[in-house]
Design a protein around this ligand. Structure first.
Ligand SMILES: Cc1cc2nc3c(=O)[nH]c(=O)nc-3n(C[C@H](O)[C@H](O)[C@H](O)COP(=O)(O)OP(=O)(O)OC[C@H]3O[C@@H](n4cnc5c(N)ncnc54)[C@H](O)[C@@H]3O)c2cc1C
Length: 379
């Protein structure tokens, strides 16, 4: 039997996250869409409320939840604001390589202190010349005895400005292509690590996204995740879970736009009737609700396969591309339903439309996710 009813524990998690998003995130969302944002206070509150490090095992200081349970929380946080909610939820992407490939000693050394202190990490894969083609990374790691020396620059790195550590993908053997890429953990205070340009973005403006420079950064061999040459595989495995996270981020944005549109369609009167009673608006709302529900089911399905230890790369790619295309479509229609007001700053749906666009781009553009899903179908 397939049962979509949430357990009482899952409902409690959902309520906890909804309550946090409504009280702590949504009220500041529009303000920090326009003004510089210092994340310290909200991170402290998120840590205290228990909405961080959801999938990190309990023995490392996390909550030990499955990806489906974590998806319930991610949807709620991102319905409050994708910039602020994303800052909290994308931390799981950065910790992913350590949880997937790290030894028990590495998890204890790197993950436990993060969880205890409510600090964050960043996932450093993308470079100016290597975006969709992540195998083309040029950041170099040269082994010298029991250490590696890293040189290079990563760009578009989420939470870079305040992360305590970085999971970095660098080439240890350029001749070997993807098999020459190795994953490292680099603590922020390591000499030679610096933050470059902080990006001024279209949407999700509370999200800190910046360049990270590595200039003769010396890292002990004990910070290599897995083994030399396994980095690309670790990055791709991490992104599978990350894509479910982005699907639920997009879902949170789309749901928020649907809720705002429904409210407006009931309140806004033209020609003597609420605009939601006009068939063209009413059917649009029906289609938006159907697409939001379908996004949720695809995300839950991919998450549940992950939790059962089944292959889920195709399902994660499908959920990510469908939910993010839905978020873009639903938020665009939400602006339409709000008429001229939807186009004006200060109206939530104007922000949501800008926020939605990013979900079609990061953690693999939707073109790349179609390549992943289509490739899996042909195999
Ligand atoms: C706000 C933000 C936050 C981010 N956070 C992180 C982070 O924390 N860590 C990290 O490592 N990266 C991060 N990224 C990087 C993000 O994952 C990349 O931007 C994305 O993978 C695309 O790479 P690109 O920007 O270089 O685009 P390109 O790869 O140059 O792509 C340009 C266009 O070409 C298309 N394209 C490329 N190759 C193909 C192909 N083979 N077939 C069809 N179409 C193709 C793309 O779909 C796209 O439309 C972030 C990006 C942004 C904007």
């Amino acid at each position: 039997m397939i049962d979509f009813t949430l357990t009482s524990e899952q409902k409690a998690l959902q309520e906890l996250a909804r309550d946090f998003a409504e009280k702590e995130i949504a009220p500041i969302a529009l303000k920090y869409d326009q003004e510089p944002f210092d994340p310290e206070a909200i991170l402290k509150k998120a840590h205290r409320a228990g909405v961080m490090n959801m999938t990190t095992p309990k023995q490392c200081g996390g909550h030990g939840l499955g990806l489906l349970d974590a998806s319930l929380i991610t949807e709620e946080l991102n319905a409050g604001c994708a910039g602020i909610g994303g800052m909290i939820s994308i931390n799981s992407l950065a910790c992913g390589p350590i949880l997937i490939a790290g030894s028990d000693e590495q998890k204890k050394r790197f993950i436990t202190p993060l969880c205890e202190a409510g600090k964050t990490a960043s996932f450093c894969l993308t470079e100016r010349g290597a975006g969709s083609d992540a195998a083309g990374v040029k950041t170099k790691a040269v082994r010298k005895g029991n250490e590696y020396v890293l040189n290079g620059q990563k760009c578009f790195i989420t939470n870079a400005g305040f992360a305590s550590l970085y999971t970095v993908f660098a080439t240890t053997d350029p001749e070997k292509g993807t098999r020459g890429i190795t994953a490292f953990v680099v603590p922020r205070e390591t000499p030679g690590v610096s933050i470059g340009k902080v990006e001024d973005k279209m949407g999700q403006r509370a999200l800190n996204v910046a360049e990270v420079n590595f200039d003769d950064v010396v890292v002990p061999a004990a910070n290599v995740l897995g083994e030399e040459g396994r980095g690309f595989k670790i990055a791709m495995e991490t992104l599978n879970e990350g894509r479910v996270n982005i699907a639920t981020t997009a879902l949170g944005i789309a749901r928020s736009a649907l809720e705002a549109s429904l409210k407006y369609a009931k309140e806004r009167v033209q020609f003597g009737s609420p605009i939601g009673t006009f068939q063209s608006i009413n059917f649009l709302l029906a289609d938006m609700a159907a697409a939001v529900d379908a996004s949720r089911l695809l995300a839950w399905y991919a998450a549940s396969r992950c939790d059962q230890g089944l292959p889920f790369a195709r399902e994660a790619a499908q959920a990510k591309l469908f939910a993010s295309d839905t978020a873009m479509w639903v938020t665009t229609n939400a602006v339409q339903i709000h008429g001229g007001y939807g186009y004006i700053k200060g109206y939530l749906v104007e922000k949501l439309m800008r926020d939605a666009k990013l979900t079609q781009i990061y953690e693999g553009t939707n073109q790349v996710n179609r390549i992943v899903a289509g490739g899996a179908l042909m195999r």
